[in-house]
Design a protein around this ligand. Structure first.
Ligand code: SF4
Length: 112
């Protein structure tokens, strides 16, 4: 490999990394914005394979043996809905609405 091709490869790699970093907030805004349509989204079914994989339930109390006592979708960092909504989007389940009082094993406490 010549010095020139090494520099070109490095430049291409850096350009790709910068473009990826620039696109990340746009993707995030798209996910956040999609919650405006949460009421139109289909509700995540508890028997959905992805829901089963993450132990999702509409009623968090069904997983008391697995979760922190106050952990529910409403106080999860991945929840995109308002705490006042019964259903809202979730970044763990794109395109599906989860119940505000639900829970899954991907739960992460939202900063207050
Ligand atoms: S990631 Fe959070 S908001 Fe999404 S289903 Fe799991 S607990 Fe609920």
């Amino acid at each position: 490999m010549t010095d020139n091709s090494f520099r070109n490869d490095r430049r291409r790699l850096l350009r790709g990394a910068l473009m990826g970093a620039a696109a990340a907030p746009i993707g995030y805004m798209g996910v956040r914005g999609s919650n405006a349509l949460a009421q139109d989204m289909p509700k995540l079914a508890e028997d959905d394979p992805q829901a089963i994989a993450l132990n999702y339930v509409h009623d968090a109390t069904e997983k008391d043996d697995m979760r922190e006592s106050d952990a529910v979708c409403a106080n999860c960092r991945l929840y995109l809905g308002s705490r006042d909504d019964e259903w809202g989007g979730c970044t763990a389940f794109p395109g599906k609405a989860v119940n505000t009082n639900g829970w899954c094993s991907a739960w992460v406490r939202a900063s207050s």
